[in-house]
Design a protein around this ligand. Structure first.
Ligand SMILES: Nc1ncnc2c1ncn2[C@@H]1O[C@H](COP(=O)(O)OP(=O)(O)OP(=O)(O)O)[C@@H](O)[C@H]1O
Length: 810
C-alpha cells in the first residue's frame, strides 16, 4: 500500500511503487508557489542523523528518508532503498508506504547548522532590523533535533540558529554604515509548561496572561524585558532561563524539553528621517527643519522588529514512550497544544472564506498568533527522524508541514508613529539631559565671562584711581615748586632793587656777597641764641623734674606711714570699743545682781521677823534658834552700812525694827560682808577701767592729732588729700560677734544663778518654817546658807572678775 501524500490528494496505490506525477504536489509544489503572493511563511524540513539508540535497536536499523535538496523534495518510505532504485518497483514485489513532499527547503542528516541558518533563517532574522516581526519555529516529534537546531552549542560549528541569529543582529548593528542609526535591543524568555506561561528570566513570575494590542500585537503581560548589548549578554540570559526550563528524561530523549520555549528579541532602530527622504536640501514637505532650530534633534523614524525563536516541545505517542504519572500529564498537554496548532493551521489553510481560527484554544497558538497567519515573516522548521521506528510520526510531521506551507502571512514594517517605543523614550530622555547639560555648561561659561569682565572693570577702576592719585601728587608738587620759585623770584627782585648792575652778574658783585655774608651771620646768631635759650629751658626743666621726683618719693613715704598709723588707730579704736562694751555689760549685770541681792535680803528680814515672833510666842525656847536670831544684829549693822552707801534704799522699812544681837557673826552676816566687799572691789575696778579709758582716749586724741598733722603735710606736698583704708569690715564683724557671744553667755549665767538662788532661798525659808519640829533643821539651815555663799562666790567668778584680777587691777 502506497500513499502519495501531496497535499489533499493522497493516492492509495496497491499495485506497486508510487511514481511522482505532474501536478500531483498540490499547493506546495514549486509550480503552485507561483500564486503565492508573498514569501512570508516558509516551511523547511530537516532530517537528523540516526541516533545510537535507533542504530542499535532490537530490530536492525532501517532508513526511511530520501532527500533531494535541489528539487526541495523529500521522500518518506518504508523501504527507501527500494524506491530509489532506478528503473521501477522493488524487486521483492512488496508494496511500501511512500510519501513525497516538496517544501521551501529540505535538509538531510549531513547538512550542517551553518548552512541551514544561512539558507533558511538569516534573511528573516535580519529583517527584524528593518522593523519586521519574524519567527522561527521548530516543530517535530520528541528527540528529532528541535533544540539541537535552534540552540545547538553556543560556540563552534554546532551553534544553532539562536546564537547565529544573535551574533548576526549585533554584527549588523555594529557594521551599520549609517552613523546616525541608533538601536535598542531587548530580550525576553518564556516557557509554556502544562499550558501555563512563566517568565524564565524572572523567578516566580508564573501564569502570565496574553494580551493583544492593535499596536503591539499579541504580547505577554508582565513578561520581563532585558536590554542586551552583546551576544554574550543574550547567552547569559539563555543560560539563566535554561535553568528554569522544564526538562526531563524520556525513553525517546535523554534531555527532553517538556515545555514550549520562546526567546523573544525586540530590536528598535532609529534613523534620521531626512536620509530616507528624497526631498532636496534636507527639506521635508517644503520645510527646512535644520534651519528652524539648530538645537533641536533632527526628526527620526523608529522601526520595531520582533524575533520569536520558538522551540516547541516534541509530540510523542504515549503508548510508545510508556510515559506515566507526571510525564504522562506533560505529554497530554504537549500533544493537546500541538494539536491546537495543527487545528489553527488547518483553519488558516481552509478554503472556506472567513473560517474561524481557533487561536484561543491553547496558549501556544495564542502566543504564535502573529507568527502563524499574522504580521510576521515566519520560517517553520519541521524535524523528523530517518528511522523506521519513527515513520508514523515523521509522516504526521510532514503532513503538518505540508498543510502549513499554505499559510499566507502579511508582514509589514512596524514603524513607531506615535512615539511609544522605548528607544524614543530613551532618546527623549537623552535629549532632555543633553539640553540640560548644554544649558548648564552655557551658564557656566556665561558666569565665567561675567567674572572676567567684573575683574577687568575692577582693575580699570584701580588703575584710574592710581592715575588720579599720581596726578594730584604731581600737581601738588608742581604748585609747591611754583610757590618756591615765586618766593625766590620775589627775594631776588628785592635784592636786585637794592643793587646797581655794571655789566657783571649779580652774584659776583661784592655788595651782593657782603649782604649775603651779613645775612648769614645774622641768621647764625639768631640760631645760636635760640639754641642757648632752649638749652637753658631744658636744664630748668630737668631740675624741676628732679625736684618733683624727690617730692614724689617723700610723699610716697609719708603716705606709707599714714597708712600704717591709720591702721594702728583703727585697731585701737576697735579695742576701746570692745572694752567699753564689756564694761557696760559688767555694770549691767552687776546691777541685776544687786537687785537680786536686795530682794533676797528683804526676804531674809521677813523670815527673821517670823522667827522672832515664833520665839516670843512659843512656850519652848530653842537656844540654837535664839543664837541664830542673835546673828541678825550683825545683819542690821551691815544693812546700815549699805544704807549709808545708798545700796539698800528699797529694802522694806520693817527691818529697822529688828532687835540687835550680840555674839559671833553668823553665815548670813559673813555673806553680806562678802557682798559688800565685792561691791567695793567692783567700784575700784570701775574706777580703774574709767582711768584706763581716759588714758586711751587721750592716746586716741593724740594719735588723731598726729594724723591730722600728717594729712595736712601730705595735702600740702601733693596738693590733694590722700585717702586711707578704713578698718576692714571683716574685723568689725568679728568683734561684734565676740561681743554677742559674751552677751549670750552672761544671759545664760544669769538665768542659772537666778533659778539656783531662788531655790536655795526657798529651801532656807522652808527650813526656818519647820525649825521647831525637826531637830536636824539647824544643821540643814547652816548647810543651805553655806551653799548660798558658795553660789555668790561662783557668781562673782563667772562675771570674770576673779579675786586675782581684781587684785591685779588694784
Ligand atoms: N542534526 C543533528 N546532528 C547531530 N545530532 C543531532 C542532530 N539533531 C539532533 N541530534 C541529537 O539528537 C538528540 C535529540 O535532539 P534534541 O534534544 O534536539 O531533540 P528535541 O526534538 O529537542 O527533543 P525534545 O522534543 O524531546 O526536546 C540529541 O542528542 C541531539 O544531539
Amino acid at each position: 500500500m502506497t500513499y502519495a501524500a501531496d497535499g489533499a490528494e493522497a493516492t492509495h496505490r496497491e499495485d506497486g511503487p508510487r511514481t511522482p506525477r505532474e501536478g500531483d504536489h498540490g499547493a506546495s509544489t514549486p509550480s503552485s508557489e507561483g500564486h503565492r503572493t508573498d514569501d512570508n511563511f516558509k516551511v523547511i524540513v530537516r532530517v537528523r542523523p540516526p541516533l545510537l539508540r535507533e542504530l542499535n535497536g532490537v530490530r536492525p536499523y532501517q532508513h526511511t528518508v530520501c532527500v533531494d535538496p535541489s528539487a526541495r523534495k523529500i521522500i518518506l518510505s518504508e523501504n527507501v532503498d527500494a524506491i530509489t532504485q532506478a528503473g521501477g518497483p522493488p524487486k521483492d514485489g512488496y508494496m511500501y508506504a511512500t510519501y513525497d513532499f516538496t517544501f521551501d527547503r529540505v535538509y538531510d542528516q549531513d547538512d550542517e547548522q551553518e548552512e541551514i541558518y544561512r539558507q533558511s533563517a538569516r534573511d528573516s532574522v535580519l529583517s527584524v532590523l528593518e522593523g519586521y516581526n519574524t519567527g522561527i519555529i521548530a516543530y517535530g516529534q520528541t528527540g528529532t533535533g528541535k533544540t539541537y537546531t535552534m540552540e545547538g552549542t553556543m560556540d563552534g560549528s554546532e551553534r544553532g540558529i539562536i546564537p547565529r541569529a544573535v551574533e548576526d543582529i549585533f554584527s549588523c548593528i555594529e557594521n551599520d554604515p549609517d552613523p546616525s542609526s541608533k538601536y535598542l535591543v531587548r530580550a525576553s524568555y518564556l516557557q509554556i509548561y502544562n499550558d501555563i506561561i512563566s517568565d524564565l528570566l524572572k523567578e516566580g513570575r508564573h501564569n502570565l496572561l496574553i494580551r493583544e494590542d492593535h499596536k503591539r500585537g499579541v504580547y505577554v503581560e508582565g513578561l520581563s524585558e532585558w536590554v542586551v548589548r552583546s551576544p554574550s549578554e543574550v547567552y547569559s540570559l539563555m543560560e539563566q532561563g535554561a535553568q528554569q526550563r522544564a526538562t526531563g528524561t524520556t525513553k525517546m530523549n535523554e534531555i527532553s524539553s517538556r515545555s514550549h520555549a520562546i526567546l523573544i528579541i525586540i530590536v528598535e532602530k532609529s534613523t534620521l528621517l531626512h536620509q530616507e527622504s528624497n526631498t532636496e536640501d534636507g527639506k521635508i514637505g517644503g520645510v527646512g527643519w535644520r534651519s528652524q532650530d539648530e538645537t533641536k534633534e533632527a526628526p527620526r523614524r523608529v522601526k520595531v522588529g520582533k524575533l520569536n525563536l520558538v522551540d516547541l516541545a516534541g509530540s510523542e505517542r504515549v503508548h510508545v514512550t510508556g510515559a506515566t504519572g507526571k510525564r504522562l500529564e506533560e505529554s497530554k498537554k504537549i500533544n493537546q497544544s500541538l494539536s491546537a496548532l495543527g487545528n489553527v493551521i488547518a483553519a488558516l489553510t481552509d478554503q472556506r472564506p472567513r473560517a474561524h481560527i481557533p487561536y484561543r484554544d491553547s496558549k501556544v497558538t495564542r502566543i504564535l498568533e502573529d507568527s502563524v497567519g499574522g504580521n510576521c515573516r515566519t520560517t517553520m522548521i519541521c524535524l523528523i527522524s530517518p528511522a523506521l521506528e519513527s515513520f508514523a510520526e515523521s509522516v504526521s510531521t510532514l503532513k503538518f508541514a505540508n498543510r502549513a506551507k499554505r499559510i499566507r502571512n502579511e508582514a509589514h514594517v512596524n514603524e513607531d508613529l506615535d512615539q511609544r517605543t522605548l528607544l524614543r523614550k530613551y532618546e527623549r530622555e537623552l535629549r532632555r539631559l543633553k539640553s540640560e547639560l548644554k544649558q548648564r555648561s552655557k551658564d557656566l561659561v556665561d558666569k565665567r565671562k561675567l567674572l572676567e569682565v567684573e575683574e577687568q572693570k575692577r582693575r580699570a577702576e584701580r588703575d584710574k584711581l592710581a592715575a588720579i592719585t599720581a596726578l594730584e601728587k604731581r600737581s601738588r608738587e608742581f604748585m609747591r615748586e611754583k610757590t618756591e620759585k615765586r618766593r625766590l623770584e620775589t627775594r631776588i627782585s628785592g635784592m636786585q632793587s637794592q643793587l646797581l648792575f655794571g655789566g657783571k652778574k649779580l652774584e659776583d658783585s661784592p655788595a651782593f656777597r657782603n649782604l649775603l655774608a651779613k645775612e648769614h651771620r645774622r641768621m647764625r646768631g639768631e640760631y645760636e641764641g635760640r639754641l642757648r635759650e632752649l638749652e637753658r629751658e631744658r636744664q630748668s626743666v630737668e631740675q624741676d623734674r628732679a625736684q618733683v621726683d624727690h617730692y614724689k618719693s617723700l610723699l610716697l613715704k609719708q603716705r606709707d606711714i599714714m597708712i600704717a598709723l591709720t591702721a594702728r588707730l583703727n585697731e585701737r579704736d576697735e579695742q576701746l570699743l570692745a572694752l567699753q562694751e564689756e564694761l557696760d555689760a559688767v555694770e549691767k549685770h552687776q546691777r541685776q545682781l544687786e537687785d537680786v541681792l536686795d530682794h533676797k535680803t528683804s526676804e531674809l528680814i521677813h523670815l527673821r521677823k517670823a522667827a522672832v515672833e515664833h520665839t516670843t510666842t512659843s512656850t519652848t525656847k530653842d537656844t540654837a534658834l535664839g543664837s541664830a536670831l542673835g546673828e541678825w544684829k550683825q545683819v542690821d549693822e551691815f544693812r546700815e552700812s549699805l544704807g549709808r552707801n545708798g545700796y539698800l534704799e528699797n529694802i522694806d522699812n520693817d527691818q529697822n525694827s529688828s532687835p540687835s544681837r550680840d555674839g559671833q557673826p553668823s553665815m548670813v552676816n559673813q555673806l553680806e560682808d562678802r557682798v559688800a566687799s565685792l561691791k567695793q572691789q567692783h567700784e575700784h575696778l570701775r574706777k580703774d577701767v574709767e582711768a584706763r579709758l581716759e588714758e586711751k582716749n587721750h592716746l586716741i586724741e593724740s594719735t588723731r592729732q598726729e594724723n591730722r598733722q600728717l594729712r595736712e603735710l601730705l595735702s600740702r606736698s601733693s596738693g590733694s588729700p590722700t585717702s586711707f583704708d578704713p578698718i576692714s569690715a571683716r574685723e568689725v564683724q568679728s568683734l561684734r560677734e565676740q561681743c554677742n557671744i559674751r552677751k549670750k553667755e552672761r544671759e545664760a549665767l544669769k538665768t542659772i544663778l537666778n533659778s539656783k538662788m531662788k531655790r536655795m532661798v526657798d529651801d532656807v525659808a522652808c527650813t526656818i518654817k519647820d525649825y521647831g519640829h525637826q531637830e536636824q533643821a539647824h544643821s540643814r539651815l547652816m548647810a543651805q546658807v553655806q551653799a548660798l555663799g558658795q553660789l555668790l562666790n561662783a557668781t562673782v567668778g563667772a562675771l570674770g572678775l576673779s579675786d586675782r584680777d581684781v587684785a591685779s587691777r588694784q
